[in-house]
Design a protein around this ligand. Sequence first.
Ligand SMILES: C[S@@+](CC[C@H](N)C(=O)[O-])C[C@H]1O[C@@H](n2cnc3c(N)ncnc32)[C@H](O)[C@@H]1O
Length: 209
Amino acid sequence: MQSEFWHERWQTGRIGFHLDRVNPFLQNYWSQMTTSGKGQVLVPLCGKSLDMLWLREQGHDVIGVELSELACNEFFSAQGVDVSVACNADFSVREVDGLALWCGDFFKLPESCYDNVNWVYDRAALIALPAEMRQQYAAELKLKLPTGVSVLLVTLEFESAEGPPFSVSETEVRALYEGRFSVKRLAAEQMEGRGGRQEIESVYLLRDR
Ligand SMILES: C[S@@+](CC[C@H](N)C(=O)[O-])C[C@H]1O[C@@H](n2cnc3c(N)ncnc32)[C@H](O)[C@@H]1O
């Protein structure tokens, strides 16, 4: 999936993936990720998701990573926050009150960004990528995340090979992550998706072994 595809989606406002509310799976299942206090949450391919605000409200520091400058600007302007932009490696970085948005290619994120990560929240990141990139994405996380990290992963399954979003089965989640994490499907809900097709939205808890 080329970055141009996503830039164009943001420029033309074709962002049907964006929710104007906090994802209910996050609210319902975050407590299963964390029993101990506050920490840092990495949100890969974050768009301008309100989920990051919710995580911040729980007292966590948040690092979002997003390709689109437009998305990053819209995230802060929607909150009426003026934010300055700094440069770091291949990224522009906006940071306010423990919430940092790193704007650039996730696959080029400096290793130091992983140093203090306690949890990862992935909603519509893995499923935004075609099969080969999903492997690279999971490999990146397995390699760079510090010991003890857990991941809350939200995926979609449906009868089509087209995407994004791409259908990702439980079998694939296990194949991608079981090398390092135990994988538990916490819930699955059937829903009507694009064009009325039947989709299953699942939430997984991945725990470092
Ligand atoms: C399907 S959207 C999901 C956004 C967000 N997680 C949400 O729940 O609304 C995928 C996002 O990933 C971004 N993206 C795609 N490839 C990326 C990459 N290589 N690095 C960083 N962001 C990327 C896109 O611009 C898009 O905003």
